[in-house]
Write a protein that binds this ligand. Structure first.
Ligand SMILES: [Zn+2]
Length: 190
C-alpha cells in the first residue's frame, strides 16, 4: 500500500514536477528583476510604504528678506559686494526656528562669519542648514528631531549678513548640492 502511494506520487511528480519547477524559476527570475532594478529614493512612483518627504516652514509667519538666486547677483550690504545667494533669508516676529522635516542633527558649529550653524540630515538625500542662529540652541549634535521641532532662534550672529538684522539664513541641499528651497517649501505665501 505504501509503495503504491509512493509510486503514484512519483508518477504525478514526473507529470507535473517539471511544470512546477518552471513556475518556481519564473517567480525567482521575476523577483530577481524586481530587486535588481535600482530605485531612485525620491521617485514619486516608488512602492507603497515609502512616503516621499514633505517639508514645513522653518519659521512661522516668516518674511523673505533675501531670496534664493543662482542666476543673478544680489548686493550684500554687510560685505559690500555683489554675490549669488544660494539660500533664503527669513525673518519673523518671534525669531523661532524649526526643523523643516524629521531628521538627525549631524552638525552644530559656530563661527563669526555665519554665526551659529545647525545641519540636519533628512531622508531622500536632503540636508537643511540653519545659519545666523543665536548660541542658545534647543538641540545638540546627534539628536533626532521631528518636523516642526524648535531648534533655536534666528539672530544677527552672522557677520557676513549682520546688516540684514536678525534673520535665518536657510539652505537646502539635495544629494550635496544647494537647491532652491522655494521648489520644496511654500516660503512666499504667508
Ligand atoms: Zn543669507
Amino acid at each position: 500500500m505504501e509503495i503504491k502511494k509512493e509510486s503514484k506520487f512519483k508518477k504525478n511528480f514526473k507529470r507535473f514536477g517539471s511544470l512546477g519547477l518552471a513556475a518556481v524559476f519564473a517567480v525567482a527570475i521575476a523577483l530577481t528583476i524586481t530587486f535588481a532594478i535600482p530605485r531612485n529614493p525620491s521617485d514619486p512612483n516608488e512602492p507603497a510604504g515609502t512616503t516621499p518627504i514633505s517639508f514645513d516652514l522653518p519659521m512661522n509667519g516668516a518674511v523673505v528678506v533675501k531670496d534664493y538666486a543662482e542666476d543673478r547677483l544680489q548686493f550684500n550690504e554687510s560685505l559690500q559686494r555683489w554675490e549669488i545667494h544660494l539660500s533664503v533669508d527669513l525673518s519673523s516676529e518671534n525669531n523661532n526656528v524649526f526643523s523643516v522635516a524629521d531628521g538627525v542633527v549631524t552638525s552644530v558649529d559656530s563661527n563669526s562669519l555665519e554665526g551659529c550653524v545647525v545641519e540636519i540630515q533628512h531622508k531622500d538625500g536632503f540636508v537643511s542648514v540653519y545659519s545666523s542662529l543665536s548660541d542658545e540652541l534647543k538641540i545638540k549634535e546627534g539628536d533626532s528631531v521631528k518636523k516642526g521641532q524648535e531648534i533655536g532662534q534666528a539672530s544677527d550672529s552672522a557677520a557676513n549678513e549682520s546688516k540684514d538684522g536678525g534673520h535665518l539664513h536657510f539652505t537646502l541641499f539635495k544629494d550635496g548640492v544647494e537647491v532652491d528651497p522655494n521648489n520644496y517649501l511654500d516660503l512666499q505665501n504667508k
